[in-house]
Ligand binder design. Sequence first.
Ligand SMILES: CC(C)(COP(=O)(O)OP(=O)(O)OC[C@H]1O[C@@H](n2cnc3c(N)ncnc32)[C@H](O)[C@@H]1OP(=O)(O)O)[C@@H](O)C(=O)NCCC(=O)NCCS
Length: 172
Amino acid sequence: MTDTTPNAPSRTVVEMSQIVLPQHTNALGTAFGGTIMSWVDICAALAAQRHSRRAVVTASMDQLDFVAPIRAGQMVSLRAMVNYAGRTSMEVGVRIEAEDMLTGERVHAASAYLTFVALDEAHRPCAVRALVPETEEEKLRWAEAQVRRQQRLELATRRKELADARRSANAP
Ligand SMILES: CC(C)(COP(=O)(O)OP(=O)(O)OC[C@H]1O[C@@H](n2cnc3c(N)ncnc32)[C@H](O)[C@@H]1OP(=O)(O)O)[C@@H](O)C(=O)NCCC(=O)NCCS
């Protein structure tokens, strides 16, 4: 039976490390963005599963900012945590750092926010347990995630209106 005990964001943290091999690079010899996105998606999905104890699907990856290039041979460390839980969806934040294994220098390379939806056995969205932020930092993350969620919903509504308007305009 699925655990319904309220959960703290700190208990959803997932950390993952990867080394950037030649097959992960682009023509410039730095990490290919698509590979980083795939690692981000996996790390974030595990955090969402750790909270919901359900199968989850990625509903959106609405912000992925690359702030510094990651070079071949560097270690990529990903840290994911559920920031916010709605009824069936969860927003997960991921911080990506790159470490030079020879010098030990570590830099912030990217950050991302993703939304996952928990699914039941019939693959329909299902309710997740409550997420209860405890620390000031977690409460701040929750509040910021709520703003992003509102913006996402408004954007989705606006997009739908525009698509409906285009369909009406093209209707014979
Ligand atoms: C994500 C998906 C399950 C949502 O299904 P749906 O029928 O739109 O579900 P609902 O309208 O009931 O919304 C369910 C939740 O998803 C959220 N949601 C739906 N679309 C979203 C989007 N594009 N971005 C963020 N959240 C979204 C809703 O806000 C709602 O959250 P809440 O319950 O916390 O309020 C469905 O669109 C889907 O299966 N998409 C494909 C997923 C996939 O294949 N991902 C890639 C591989 S994992």
